[in-house]
Design a protein around this ligand. Structure first.
Ligand code: AMP
Ligand code: GLY
Length: 453
């Protein structure tokens, strides 16, 4: 069968790679894909922007119509989901992994998500929504300690500000609500109770529809827990980023926490998805804070996480394409999940200067032999393949997987720019998981000589 992956990030590269491993999949089409998917076996990129819904639907229709072999589409990022691409594709009779637009609001509007959590008793932080600066500022007076300000809409990771400085809080409220620094996404904001603790990410497969619920077959199946490392530097220091790496499963996670996650977060979520009559056959990301009072839900994302996916998918010991079919067919509750032992660490290498300004357009050189010998797998984001050379397009991000061990000196892959501030925090977790001690500082990077992958 044919599969289509919508999106261009490292997550979509990992999804395409996982699909390509299935003997049942003959071809993986990536719209638009990236330099990594361009070089992946069975994969073919089609250059259409994800934001052009009508064109994407047209390409999917042309590629899949008339095939009665189980072919399907997976939507990677949140924007097309919020724009209702799943509804458009379903109208064409195509099979899609992704929630319909009404359910996608669980990520697209934090207000919708919080109302849902409170209606169905999902454990979470208290919060209140505001569209007036004056009302929000007045409410600040009642908050002791740090305040969490969240833009209601999708803000590409820039919509949450946590501060214990009163002036910064007021300025943020003015910027979001009045000055429109985040556009419409920030015109409504939430003030939320600050939760202290350790964060984990739980990705899950979801197969929910009114019909499935009537037959008692609606289900959510969580994957292995993962942890995303968001700060640029070692020891959780430096600015926030789009993620410097992920590890799965989470080292040292108490199984009781996962039991509480199931009863206090997952089960009420399933009940809510059913009662809201959502058509949700896709993935769901639970951003969870483990507090002294048990796990609390910070957010839903109606898709797989990035970079968590790059760490979790390689641990699957089952056919990912078959699991996607089970999501679509409503047979998820009887699908046999099996996970490999050990850990996967997926650190991210970025251009020097990231997340501020950084060099673009330089070739990334990789040494195939080094990669092969290290047992690593590289997922690409933000780089295109140009005549077999990988060229940075925007945020260059390479996720390098090291299964069950930390990378040795010279094992990380350098880019043309030379210095890569590499994810030491993710590697530190990996070290802990592997029982290794000692400080691990910057990696000596091998300047790779041979051409692109
Ligand atoms: P969100 O987009 O809601 O997940 O927020 C982004 C990040 O802000 C989360 O991954 C947390 O690190 C942090 N965060 C969000 N809400 C809270 C909260 N209520 N208390 C503490 N940290 C939070
Ligand atoms: N890693 C967090 C996210 O994908 O939203």
């Amino acid at each position: 069968m044919k599969t289509i992956v919508i999106g261009s990030g490292g997550r979509e590269h990992a999804i395409a790679w996982a699909l390509s491993k299935s003997p049942k999949v003959g071809e993986v089409i990536c719209i638009p894909g990236n330099g990594g998917t361009a070089c992946e076996e069975k994969c073919r990129n089609i250059q259409v922007s994800v934001s052009e819904t009508a064109s994407v639907v047209e390409v999917c229709k042309n590629e899949l119509s008339g095939l009665n072999d189980g072919s399907f589409i997976v939507i990677g990022p949140e924007d097309p989901l919020a724009a209702g691409i799943v509804n458009r594709l379903a109208d064409e009779g195509l099979d899609v992994v992704g929630p319909q637009q009404s359910a996608a609001a669980l990520e697209a509007s934090k207000d919708v998500a919080k109302r849902f959590m409170s209606k169905y008793g999902v454990a979470c932080a208290k919060s209140e929504a505001f569209t007036s600066v004056a009302d929000a500022v007045a409410a600040l007076e009642d908050i002791k300690g740090p305040v969490v300000i969240k833009a209601d809409g999708l803000a590409g990771g820039k919509g949450v500000v946590i501060t214990d400085d009163h002036d910064t809080a007021i300025q943020t409220l003015r910027d979001f609500i009045k000055n429109g620094t985040l556009g419409v996404a920030g015109r409504k904001i939430l003030l939320e109770e600050y939760l202290a603790g350790d964060e984990i990410s739980i990705l899950a497969a979801v197969s929910v529809s009114p019909g499935l619920a009537d037959q008692g077959r609606a289900s959510i199946v969580p994957f292995l827990p993962a942890r995303d490392h968001k700060r640029l530097l070692d020891g959780a220091l430096g600015p926030n980023t789009g993620g410097m790496g992920a590890i799965a499963p989470v080292p040292g996670l108490d199984p009781d926490i996962l039991d509480r996650f199931r009863t206090d977060i997952l089960e009420p979520t399933l009940k809510g998805l059913i009662e809201e009559n959502y058509e949700y056959r896709g993935f769901l990301f639970f951003g969870v804070m483990i507090t002294g009072d048990g796990p609390k839900l910070l957010e839903y994302n109606v898709r797989l996480g990035d970079p968590e996916t790059q760490a979790v998918l390689p641990l699957m010991d089952f056919d990912f394409a078959e699991m996607c079919r089970a999501i679509i067919d409503g047979t998820l509750s009887s699908f046999q999940f099996k996970w490999r032992d050990g850990y996967v660490c997926a650190p991210v290498a970025v251009s020097g200067g990231y997340p501020a300004s950084y060099l673009k357009g330089l070739p990334i050189k990789m040494d195939k032999q080094v990669i092969r010998e290290s047992g690593a797998k590289i997922f690409i984001a933000g780089a295109t393949a140009n005549r077999r050379k990988m060229v940075r397009r925007c945020v260059e991000r390479l996720s390098v997987l090291f299964r069950n061990r930390t990378p040795g000196p010279g094992e990380l892959i350098t880019s043309g720019a030379g210095s890569l501030p590499l994810l030491p925090s993710a590697v530190q977790s990996m070290k802990r998981a592997a029982g290794l001690t000692g400080r691990l500082t910057a990696f000596p990077l091998r300047g790779c000589s041979s051409g692109a992958i």
